[in-house]
Structure formats: structure tokens, C-alpha cells
Design a protein around this ligand. Sequence first.
Ligand code: NCD
Length: 311
Amino acid sequence: MLRHLLESNSFTKNETELLLMVAENISKYPEKYRELAKYKRLATLFYESSTRTRISFETAMQKLGGDVIGFPSAEVSSASKGESVEDTIRVIQCYADIVAMRHPKEGTSRLASEYSRIPIINAGDGSNEHPSQTMLDLYTIKQRLGRLDNFVIGFCGDLKYGRTVHSLTQILNKYYSGIEFYFISPEELKMPDRFLEENMKYSEVNNLETTIDKLDILYMTRIQQERFSSQEEYMRFNGVYVLDENKMKHAKDSMAVLHPFPRVNEITLEVDKDARAAYFDQVQNGLYIRMALIMALLGIKDPISGQLILN
Ligand code: NCD
């Protein structure tokens, strides 16, 4: 059956956990995965700029022995001539076996999936969701804490436009128990109501310094400059939260700091040396997760466990 990854809960809990397990197998025995997607082709259709996500998907496919085609920005695609996403997808599916797509407009990957006979991965749709990032965030949290239940997580920064925050919050609340959320943001950049569920245990605060000691995970985000209507509006929030050595002194020794990147000025470089900084681990883990994701959607069995990730 044709499956897509459009939102963070597109996969069941069991499928999500299998994906994390396969990613871990890949990290240990990469040579076993070298040729699994030979003769398969990934198309990366990026209508909005990206470095990490696109390069990580492309590297993941190459590490599985497959090929890559696509475009890195709307300007170099036929979108600049007025082609619709529906038509682009109908063309691309004649050439590729799987698509990773990023678009500035919410819901575009879902729209594409309605016209597609090949799997679509939402690599970010406007300020809505970014589910492959969620998978690597889960992997990194599990790696650091040894569990995905029973912990306290603080999201800090631009929670209004930060799609990685939206996706991760959803999945943690839906699939895992005993999670307490702190949403740390200015009033104007609060978590949108549509992502706050009735059954969630959460607090909305605006001070990082007085909240940090409660956290097992601190998820920092940048202020999303490109989503503001004017530069002036953006400048009101630029630099509101800066995680530095001083604030880290108040945090638990076991806390981990995550950040989806790109970082602007919200984590100082000195924090990189702190063993609690997990953001470069996220980048490395993203590769294993995206390899597992491509395998999942192409129906490729894990050679170590002999299992298929999706039912
Ligand atoms: C994030 C994104 O694009 O949503 N980056 C990423 O993919 N790792 C976060 C961001 O742009 O701030």
C-alpha cells in the first residue's frame, strides 16, 4: 500500500519505534545498508531553501546506493514559470520512486500526495509541520535520556512559526505518557492553539532563566525571520532568548539541549563545548533516520532485524 510521511503522526507508534530501531541498526552496521536502494531514485523538490534537510535526504539516498534528482529552490524549477505542484508531481513520478518536498505554503505536501503514485515525505510545509525532523528529534531524545516517556521538555523561541516544535509536540503528546511541556516564548510568538490538546500537561511562560532548572530537554529554536510581515516586526524579537554558559549553570547535569538548526544567535558558541549540547548529534542522527525513512516508504526490509517498518 502507498504510504506518505505528511505529518508526524502519519506513522503509528509501533511504526515510529521500528523506524528508530532501524536507524540505530544503520548507525551500527552502515555497510549492511550500502546497496539496499540501488536503482531507486529520490527527488528532492525544495520550493523553500534548506541546507541540512535537503543534503541529509540526498546523502541518505546515496548511502543506500540510490540516485538523486531535484531542485534546491523554486527559482530554478518550473514553478517560476507558473507550473502547479500537482503538475510537477505528475511529471516527477515518471522519473523518481520517492519524493521529499519542502514548500512555504501549509498543506502542500498533502496536496501533492493526492496526485502522487509514489511516496511523499513532507520536509517542511510553511509553519505547519516537519515530521522527518521529529523522527530525528525522538531518536536524539531517546539516545540522551534512554526513554521517550516521563520527562519534562521546554520549547523556547518562536513557537508560533516553528514547525519542528509543532510536529514534535504532537507526537510526544499522542504516543508517549508522563510528558510535561513548558512553552517558553514571548506572548506574540506563543504556541498556536491548534497544537495544544486538552489532555496535555503544559505551562506557557516567557522566562528561560527561571524555567531551565525544571527541564530534561531544552529545545531551542530561532526566530523565523522569513515568516514575519516586516523586518521591523522581526527585530522586536530578534535576540529575545540567548542560551549561554550562565543559563546552563542553572540546568540539570543530565539535561540535553536540542536545536533543529539553523542557529542564528539563540545559543552562544561556548555552549557547544558543554556535554549537554546535543544539536550536532541531531544532525548525525538525521542521516540514519532519513535512510530508515526511505527504506520504510520504499518497502525495503531491514537486513538486521528482517522486518519491514511499515505494515
Ligand atoms: C527547521 C525548518 O526548516 O523548519 N530546520 C530544519 O529543517 N532543520 C528549523 C528552522 O528553519 O528554523
